[in-house]
Write a protein that binds this ligand. Structure first.
Ligand code: ADP
Length: 486
């Protein structure tokens, strides 16, 4: 037989193809295998010539019975037997492995052949199995869908979350899990995703819901990941049930609303109460003064003492009411500004000059930073702490007070230290409570509002205040102010 150039080059091409190729005739007998097939099956060409295809694909008749082949040649078309057909191949040495087979009919005009392309898919099956295990072991519901939106795989968590059995979902459109009211637009969203596939959360800014088999809806968060598998494009969706998170968000919102309402009520109450209380109190104060000036000659010593007591008590009560009102109003409609604390403390010391001088106090102020803060409140904070440090001094030692600051993680920590009388261990928290005092008024003047103010100011800045102290040795009042943005 004359060998043409064309035949040689086709033969060379078949030999060089990195796919196992087997040519069979109408009787399903092998007439040729290429080198790749020789290597895959450990047969020499000559050994297989004339053998049935079953020598290589022992279950081929299970998948496609002999009757199929009889009819096949009447109208042959290309077809594929894939992993789903569970088709295996066997080598001369007896190794059995899973394969994918493509049948391509070749009509020479005189004869009919089929070119059988056999691919070893054991690696693919192994990696598919690994993929399946990873998906199965995920803590979230994982759903794999193909490019038409058909569910190809789900894990156990999906069954738990949506209340379906696995076989009820696989093969269905993903829309089965989308609530009716959102179903209509879903295929469009799906197509858009496939047009630009990249890992991203689904429905940015929208509240997403899934629907369970029993029809109940669940709020969910969904992450989408495009995946190439077996040469096809899939999407792996990871679904998280956020019912609990939603519930706690709602609860927080509810409590915040309740607190806001309570605060408002309290503020109104404080305003009304202090206004109503101050009026009769002012009358008492003015009448007492009037009595003291115009009628004092009609009173004996005891009476004058009583009047003096009434006057002092009512003035004190008035101060307390004003303090209370200031406390309630503190931080209302204030603006954060850049505050130079060096400057601010200087002005505080000027205001306190007379008590500093009369007490012989020495005050050391370190370099203080410029921070974002509420200026007026900051001033009040330093003023209260420094004036307390002077007020609660040791009777036998001249007061020495140090003010300093150090930068800490996420903010500044300030400290006002004195060598005063100190604070008992069990009072270190209480002293910051409103009207809480540790001494009789005749020993130290005061209303018990100053430190309550200080705590409120620190908290207004999202910071905190605390004290370290030793009786008879002195106290250090610390406060932390976080870095605040305007
Ligand atoms: P007031 O000074 O008007 O009593 P404060 O709220 O400023 O009210 O202080 C509460 C209490 O804490 C004071 O009565 C005092 O007993 C105690 N205290 C505050 N500062 C100091 C200090 N530097 N040293 C010792 N005790 C202090």
């Amino acid at each position: 037989m004359e060998i043409k150039h064309q035949d040689i080059s086709i033969q060379l091409m078949l030999e060089a193809t990195p796919i196992a190729l087997v040519l069979i005739n109408e009787e399903e007998k092998i007439i040729y295998i290429n080198s790749f097939a020789e290597n895959l099956f450990f047969y020499k060409k000559i050994e297989l010539k004339g053998q049935a295809l079953e020598a290589l694909l022992p279950d081929i008749h299970r998948v496609k019975p002999p009757e199929f082949w009889k009819n096949y040649f009447i109208n042959p078309t290309a077809f594929r037997l894939g992993a789903d057909d569970d088709l295996t191949a066997v080598t001369k040495t007896g190794r059995i492995f899973p394969v994918e087979v493509r049948m391509n009919p070749i009509d020479t005009g005189e004869m009919m052949y089929i070119l059988v392309a056999i691919t070893d898919i054991s690696e693919r099956i192994k990696s598919n199995e690994q993929f399946r295990l990873i998906v199965e072991s995920a803590l979230n519901a994982m759903i794999l869908t193909d490019s038409t939106g058909k569910i190809a795989m789900i894990n156990k968590q999906t069954e738990v979350l949506f209340g379906y059995e696995r076989n009820e979902l696989v093969g269905q459109k993903i829309e089965i899990l989308v609530p009716h009211r959102m179903r209509q637009h879903h295929p469009e969203h799906r197509k858009n995703f496939y047009a630009h596939p990249k890992a991203r959360p689904m429905g940015a800014g929208r509240d997403l819901y899934g629907v369970r088999k029993d029809g109940t809806e669940i709020p969910v968060e969904i992450g989408l990941n495009p995946i190439q598998k077996d040469g096809e494009q899939y999407v792996l969706a990871s679904v998280i049930d956020i019912t609990e998170r939603k519930k706690s968000e709602e609860a927080i919102k509810k409590y915040t609303r309740q607190i806001e309402e309570k605060n408002k009520e309290l503020e109104e109450f404080t305003n009304v109460a202090s206004h109503d209380l101050r009026e009769p109190l002012n009358s008492i104060i003015s009448l007492t003064e009037l009595l003291m000036h115009s009628k004092s000659d009609q009173l004996d010593e005891e009476g004058k003492k009583m009047l003096d007591y009434i006057s002092k008590s009512s003035t004190r009560m008035s101060e307390m009411i004003i303090g209370l009102l200031e406390y309630a109003r503190m931080g209302k409609s204030k603006e954060l500004t850049r505050v130079n604390l060096d400057e601010l403390v200087k002005t505080v010391l000027i205001d306190l000059e007379s008590s500093i001088n009369s007490s012989n106090s020495k005050i050391y102020v370190d370099t203080l930073p410029e921070i974002m803060a509420y200026a007026m409140e900051m001033r009040l904070l330093f003023q209260n702490l420094i004036s307390n440090a002077i007020k609660y001094r040791n009777p036998d030692i001249a007061p020495e007070i140090a003010v300093s600051a150090r930068q800490v993680k996420k903010g500044w920590e300030f400290v006002v230290t004195d060598n005063g009388i100190g604070i008992p261990e069990n009072q270190k928290e209480n002293i910051f409570n409103l009207f809480h005092r540790l001494h009789a008024r005749n020993k130290y003047e005061g209303t018990g509002i100053g430190l309550a103010h200080c705590r409120k100011i620190a908290e207004l800045h999202n910071g905190k205040i605390w004290v370290e102290s030793e009786i008879g040795k002195g106290s250090s009042f610390y406060f932390f102010i976080p870095l605040l943005l305007q």
